[in-house]
Design a protein around this ligand. Structure first.
Ligand code: GLY
Length: 366
């Protein structure tokens, strides 16, 4: 089964996303055809290299293997890619291929966007999380100790190849992390303004068992729905001047939790899910959504085994981190919150409001 989506950012910027469960031979062949006359630098995660280098038909010298983990999305590894590209003699006509999860895609994407002022980039996401989010839409970047993605660019790939066979070796926690990001799309569907209803919320509810069992055609359909929504958003607003902010649903608190725990305690999807619980709760308390939708929302998260955050972190510190978020203004913190069924809106809260809401959430659990 193969699904193809077209991303049309502008007259000059257009690319295909291919979602398939085809063989690795087919994948190799397609990459080869697309890059036939180019020098290739294949940036690959160590884990993926160990598992799949035998299936991927590249020469040994084409690979640059980087360690796994969010803490590796740093300047040091960025420079490794740039230096290697230079040593290999890559020019502006050549290509960087990113094979791995979001960390590899973001860092290789940032390198591709800056090397010689920009060379071709092909994204081959190997996790559900990177397939439904970071490999598409052109955000690239690296982290600083002070925060995630502080340095980065908007740089669209030349092609995205999603092959769900890579997901077979994901551990359960990483797969669930991807589902955290998938669930986000159910809550924002209406606001994405896709041309026709996809009923993702209902699909996630009805197909929960098949999704949790990774039934291939259900997973392809799921990725296709998520990406149709994401593409609808980034086509209208590539650089996050407005609409694209809705893709950050659950991310304001999520990023703060990742930062406070130094990216070591929670997966990205888990942190985003905690962030979603927080904003759903807040939206209900502030009467942005009614009780029926509040319950429906919590039921969907619970159906996938997600529960609200039970560990407590110093609220003042979380708020300090959120104040430094890229989306924050000097005095307000931006949240995307539910404003109706499958709809979200942007609100700017004072640090005082946020502290109050976090304390309220903690108290409600007692
Ligand atoms: N991950 C959110 C975005 O691509 O805008």
């Amino acid at each position: 089964m193969k699904q193809t989506l077209n991303v049309q950012i502008s007259d000059k910027k257009e690319y295909l996303i291919q979602i398939s469960d085809g063989s690795f031979e087919e994948l190799n062949q397609e990459i080869y055809e697309l890059t036939r006359n180019q020098k290739r630098l294949v940036v690959i995660s160590k884990r993926v290299y160990k598992l799949y280098s035998g299936d991927l038909n590249f020469d040994d010298e084409e690979f640059l293997i980087l360690p796994d983990g969010e803490k590796e999305k740093n300047y040091k590894n960025y420079l490794k890619i740039i230096n290697r590209a230079f040593e290999m003699g890559l020019t502006r006509s050549d290509v960087i291929i990113a094979i791995g999860g979001g960390v590899i895609g973001d860092i290789a994407g940032y390198a591709a966007s800056t090397y010689m002022r920009g060379i071709d980039l092909i994204q081959v996401p190997t996790t559900l999380l990177s397939a439904v989010d970071s490999s598409v839409g052109g955000k690239t970047g690296i982290d600083l100790p002070a925060g995630k993605n502080i340095v980065g660019t908007f740089y669209q790939p030349k092609r995205v190849f999603i092959n769900i066979n890579f997901f077979k070796t994901l551990d359960k926690r990483q797969f669930m992390s991807g589902l955290g990001e998938v669930l986000k799309y159910a809550f924002i569907e209406e606001s994405c303004k896709y041309s026709s209803p996809l009923y993702l919320f209902e699909f996630l509810t009805l197909s929960c068992d098949k999704i949790l069992q990774s039934e291939p055609h259900t997973i392809i359909r799921l990725i296709d729905y998520c990406l149709k929504l994401k593409v609808a958003v980034v086509t209208v607003d590539e650089k996050e001047g407005g609409l694209r902010k809705i893709l950050n649903f659950g991310h304001t608190l999520g990023h703060a939790l990742e930062t406070i725990t130094k990216y070591r305690k929670y997966t990205h999807g888990e942190a985003v899910v905690y962030g979603m619980f927080f904003v759903i709760n807040w939206a209900y308390m502030q009467e942005y959504i009614n009780y029926a939708y509040y319950r429906l929302s919590l039921d969907l998260l619970n159906k996938y085994g997600f529960k609200p955050l039970c560990k407590q972190y110093p609220i003042e510190r979380l708020v300090e981190i959120m104040k430094k978020d890229k989306k924050a203004t000097s005095s307000k913190i931006t949240f995307i919150i539910p404003s109706g069924k499958k709809q979200v809106t942007e609100v700017k809260l004072t640090p005082f409001d946020v502290e109050f809401a976090l304390k309220d959430m903690e108290n409600s659990k007692k």
